[in-house]
Design a protein around this ligand. Structure first.
Ligand code: NAP
Ligand code: G3H
Length: 498
C-alpha cells in the first residue's frame, strides 16, 4: 500500500492520528497529540503530534544530509517530480478540498480552487525552475579593470528552507514555498499551521508519493508558540519563508539572525473610490474582495476610502450586494462561513463594537452565532476608530468618507501596513498619479486586491512583509548567485596559438 493509499483510506473515515517522520506515517505518540476540531461544528477531525526538540533535530539533520544529493540531481528531474505532484494533487483534489473545507471552514468551491491553484503553481514552478540561470560580466566596465577578467554567475540553493504557512491557505501557501525551494535544489522543513495541518499532511504525502525523497521534505508539527522559536533559531536552517501575522513575522525576524527571510504578513488594503468610477464594477469587486473566505485573507479589502461626491452612488451598489451574500456552512458553499475560531470572532466583534460606540453607522450585519459572523458594513467610520487601522481578519468592511484623493492617499499611507491597494476610477491618468503615491507593494487599478496570478510579484511594505514572492521572485529568494571569475592571461594576438 502506498503512503497516499494508507492516508487517504483513513481520512475518508475522518479519523487519523498521525505523525509523518522521514516519510513514514506513524501513530501520534501518546500524550503528545494535538486535537484538530472543525471550526464549523467542533467535530474532532484528527490529531497531529507535538514534536519534541529531539525529533525536530532529527528532521533537520536528515534534511540537511539529503539536500546536497537532491541539488546534484538534474533540474529537469526535480521539475518532473513537481509535475507528478501536480497530477496527484488534481487526482486527489476532492479529498484534499474536503479536508480543507472541514478543517478551516473554507467554502467548498474555494477549497477546490485552492487545490487546483496549487497544482497550477507546481507546474508553472517546474517550468520556471528549469529557466533559472545566471549572468556574465566583463571587467572592463569598471574603471581600472580589463576585459581579461570575466565573471559569470549561476544560482545555488540555500540549503534547508524552513517553510511556515498560515491557516488560511494551508495547502496553497505551503506549495508556494515548497515548490520553488525544491526545484531550486533546497531541502524543505514544513511547519504547517496547526489548524490546517491535516490538509497540509495530505498534500505532503502526495509530494512524497510523486517522488520527493522523504528526507528532503520534512513535516514538523507542533504549535508555533511551542516550537516556533526553536525552529527559527535552529543552526541547520538556511532560509525562512513565512506567511502569517505581522506580530509573528516581527518575532521571527528578531530571533532568526543572519538567515535570509521572505515574509508575507498582515494587510489593511484600501479600496479608493473616486466620483468617476464604474460603481457597479467597484461594488462587485469590493464585496468579493472584502468578504470572500469571510475576510480571512491578507489581501482582503479591509477599508473603503470613498470621496464624498462618490459615496452615495457607491453605497447604492454596495449595500444590496452585501445583503445578498449567503451565510452558513462551507459544505453548502455559503459566501460567508464560520471564522477559524471563537477568539477570532471575538476580536472582530470588538472592532465592530468600538466603531459603533464611536458613532459609526451600521448598514447591515452585526449579527453573530458563535464564530459565525454576518457580513457587516459600517459607514461613517473615522480615524478615531480602531476599525480604521486594525486588521480584523473577518467579514466586516468599514467605509471612510474622504474629501478628495489627497486625503485618501494620506489615510491609506498612515497605516502600519503596506500590502496592496485598489483604485476605482475611469481616469487612468489620475489613477496612476494616486498609485505612484501609495506606499504598498501592489496597486490594482479597477480590480480587487489579490495575490494572483501567482507569477506576479507579491510583496508588502512596512509591516506587510520582507522580500517578494511570486514564482520567479521566490526562486531568486531561495537561491543565491555563485560567482566564478576567470582571470585570463593577456595575449596580444592569436599568432602564437597553433
Ligand atoms: P500566525 O498566527 O502568525 O501564524 C502563522 C504561522 O506561524 C502558523 O503556521 C503558526 O503556527 C506559526 N507560528 C505561530 N507562532 C510562531 C512562532 N513564534 N514562530 C514561528 N512560527 C509561528 O498567523 P495566522 O493567524 O495563521 O494568519 C493570519 C495572519 O496572517 C493575518 O495577519 C494575515 O494578514 C496574515 N497573512 C498574510 C499573508 C500574506 O501573504 N501577506 C497571507 C496569509 C495570511 P500555529 O498555527 O501552530 O500557531
Ligand atoms: O491571505 C493571504 C493570501 O496570500 C491571499 O491570497 O489574494 O489569492 O486570496 P489571495
Amino acid at each position: 500500500m502506498t503512503l497516499a493509499e494508507t492516508l487517504f483510506g483513513s481520512t475518508s473515515q475522518g479519523e487519523y492520528s498521525l505523525a509523518l517522520m522521514n516519510g513514514e506515517l506513524r501513530p501520534c505518540p501518546v500524550g503528545r497529540e494535538i486535537a484538530i476540531h472543525s471550526p464549523t461544528d467542533g467535530t474532532l477531525l484528527g490529531q497531529v503530534a507535538a514534536l519534541t526538540h529531539d525529533e525536530i533535530d532529527a528532521a533537520l539533520a536528515s534534511a540537511a544530509g539529503a539536500q546536497p544529493a537532491w541539488a546534484e540531481r538534474p533540474v529537469e528531474q526535480r521539475a518532473a517530480v513537481l509535475e507528478r505532484a501536480a497530477d496527484l494533487l488534481l487526482e486527489h483534489a476532492p479529498t484534499v478540498a474536503r479536508c480543507l473545507e472541514r478543517e478551516i471552514a473554507k467554502r467548498r468551491s474555494d477549497s477546490l480552487d485552492e487545490v487546483r491553484r496549487s497544482a497550477d503553481f507546481l507546474r508553472f514552478t517546474a517550468e520556471e525552475g528549469k529557466r533559472l540561470s545566471g549572468e556574465s560580466f566583463f571587467g572592463d566596465a569598471f574603471p581600472g579593470f580589463k576585459r581579461n577578467k570575466i565573471g559569470f554567475t549561476y544560482r545555488v540553493p540555500l540549503g534547508v528552507v524552513l517553510a511556515i504557512p498560515p491557516f488560511n491557505y494551508p495547502v496553497n501557501l505551503a506549495i508556494s514555498k515548497i515548490a520553488p525551494a525544491l526545484v531550486a535544489g533546497n531541502a524543505v522543513v514544513l511547519k504547517p499551521p496547526t489548524q490546517g495541518s491535516l490538509s497540509a499532511l495530505l498534500m505532503t504525502v502526495l509530494l512524497l508519493e510523486a517522488g520527493v525523497p522523504p528526507e528532503v521534505l520534512q513535516f514538523v508539527t507542533g504549535r508555533g508558540s511551542d516550537i516556533g522559536d526553536y525552529l527559527v533559531t535552529h543552526p541547520r536552517v538556511g532560509m525562512i519563508t513565512f506567511t502569517g501575522s505581522s506580530a509573528t513575522g516581527r518575532r521571527i525576524a528578531r530571533l532568526a539572525g543572519m538567515v535570509p527571510l521572505l515574509m508575507e504578513l498582515g494587510g489593511k488594503d484600501a479600496a479608493v473610490v473616486l466620483r468617476d468610477a464604474d460603481m457597479a464594477l467597484a461594488a462587485k469587486d469590493i464585496v468579493s474582495g472584502a468578504f470572500s473566505y469571510s475576510g480571512q485573507r491578507c489581501t482582503a479589502v479591509k477599508r473603503v476610502l470613498v470621496t464624498e461626491p462618490a459615496a452615495e452612488a457607491l453605497l447604492h451598489e454596495l449595500l444590496p450586494r452585501v445583503k445578498r451574500l449567503t451565510v452558513g456552512r462551507p459544505e453548502d458553499d455559503a459566501d460567508v462561513t464560520p471564522l477559524i475560531n471563537h477568539e477570532a470572532a471575538d476580536y472582530v466583534q470588538e472592532l465592530i463594537d468600538d466603531a459603533l460606540a464611536r458613532g459609526a453607522r451600521l448598514l447591515v450585519g452585526n449579527q453573530r452565532e458563535g464564530n459565525l459572523l454576518w457580513p457587516t458594513l459600517l459607514d461613517g467610520v473615522t480615524e478615531a476608530m480602531r476599525l480604521a487601522w486594525e486588521e480584523p481578519f473577518g467579514p466586516v468592511l468599514p467605509i471612510l468618507r474622504v474629501r478628495d484623493a489627497a486625503e485618501a492617499v494620506r489615510i491609506a499611507n498612515a497605516s502600519e501596513y503596506g500590502l496592496q491597494a485598489a483604485i476605482f476610477s475611469r481616469d487612468v491618468n489620475a489613477a496612476l498619479r494616486i498609485a505612484a503615491r501609495l506606499d504598498v507593494g501592489t496597486v490594482q487599478l479597477n480590480g480587487k486586491t489579490a495575490r494572483g496570478p501567482d507569477h506576479f510579484p507579491f510583496l508588502g511594505t512596512k509591516s506587510s512583509g520582507l522580500g517578494a514572492q511570486g514564482i520567479r521572485y521566490s526562486l531568486e529568494a531561495m537561491t543565491r548567485p555563485k560567482s566564478i571569475v576567470f582571470n585570463l592571461a593577456e595575449q596580444a594576438g592569436l599568432e602564437e596559438v597553433a
